[in-house]
Design a protein around this ligand. Structure first.
Ligand SMILES: NC(=O)c1ccc[n+]([C@@H]2O[C@H](COP(=O)([O-])OP(=O)(O)OC[C@H]3O[C@@H](n4cnc5c(N)ncnc54)[C@H](OP(=O)(O)O)[C@@H]3O)[C@@H](O)[C@H]2O)c1
Length: 217
């Protein structure tokens, strides 16, 4: 039976590549973009792809997305959308820390109703507190807050039958990571898909990297 993926933040970067790879592997794919009128290159990817509008801070957009997907089991949900530099702190916190949890919770029933029941929130190694001294900066703070919020909910999500993780995608050559980043967007998305494919119950509630290593909090 065909599996279904939902990728939040499909217009560029890792999210766009995840849509490309899941669709190329024959999955049914739902992707979200901030503007449905100007979705960018995701609109021309071959495969069974449905696009939805989602500004991740918009409650209205989230209600519409939820309504559109009401009877759709989601085997794999990956939240990729995020912001890094040159952005006000309140926007960084809203997009990186608050939105992924709100969106995951709004769609948890869809994941729980699927065969695979897997969910990943893309975080960053810059949100890890262990081994670091001083300020994490706005971006690091936002990913640390995401990790904290995830850990606070992990048991409840497991009780609902969902296997969920936070995952660091590598330092990836996207608009965010820059051209000198060592990991290609292809390899990052490929690695994330491998982790999702092999996600066991024991891996639930923990922090992983794109190449399958556990990360400290
Ligand atoms: N690249 C790296 O080296 C790296 C390292 C660690 C973690 N990460 C994390 O990996 C994830 C993906 O990063 P990336 O490198 O693919 O970034 P990217 O190329 O800059 O793409 C960011 C994506 O997030 C979307 N987005 C941002 N704000 C949004 C909002 N308010 N509503 C809806 N969509 C929004 C963008 O949509 P628009 O096109 O509409 O702007 C775009 O699709 C992020 O969570 C990031 O923090 C990346």
């Amino acid at each position: 039976m065909t599996s279904t993926a939902l990728i939040i933040g499909a217009s560029r970067g890792i999210g766009l590549e995840l849509v490309t790879q899941y669709a190329g592997a024959g999955w049914t794919v739902h992707g979200t973009t901030r503007s449905i009128d100007q979705p960018g290159p995701v609109a021309s990817i071959a495969g069974d792809i449905t696009l939805h509008q989602l500004e991740v801070r918009s409650e209205k957009d989230l209600r519409q997305l939820r309504a559109s997907l009401i009877d759709t089991p989601i085997d794999v949900l990956i939240h990729s959308a995020g912001v890094y530099r040159n952005t006000p702190r309140d926007e960084i916190m809203a997009v990186n820390a608050e939105a992924p949890i709100r969106i995951a919770e709004a769609l948890l029933e869809n994941v729980a109703a699927s065969n695979l029941r897997r969910l990943a929130l893309i975080t960053s190694q810059l949100g890890a507190r262990r081994g670091r001294t001083g300020s994490l900066g706005d971006y690091g703070d936002s990913k640390a807050a995401l990790n904290d919020a995830f850990r606070a909910r992990a048991s409840e999500w497991a009780a609902r039958g969902v296997r969920a993780i936070v995952i660091h995608p590598g330092w990836v050559s996207t608009d965010m990571g820059g051209a000198s980043a060592p990991v290609s967007v292809h390899d990052s998305a490929w690695g994330i898909r491998n982790v999702m494919d092999s996600l066991t119950a024991e891996m639930h509630g923990r922090f992983w990297t794109w190449d399958g290593r556990e990360h400290e909090w």
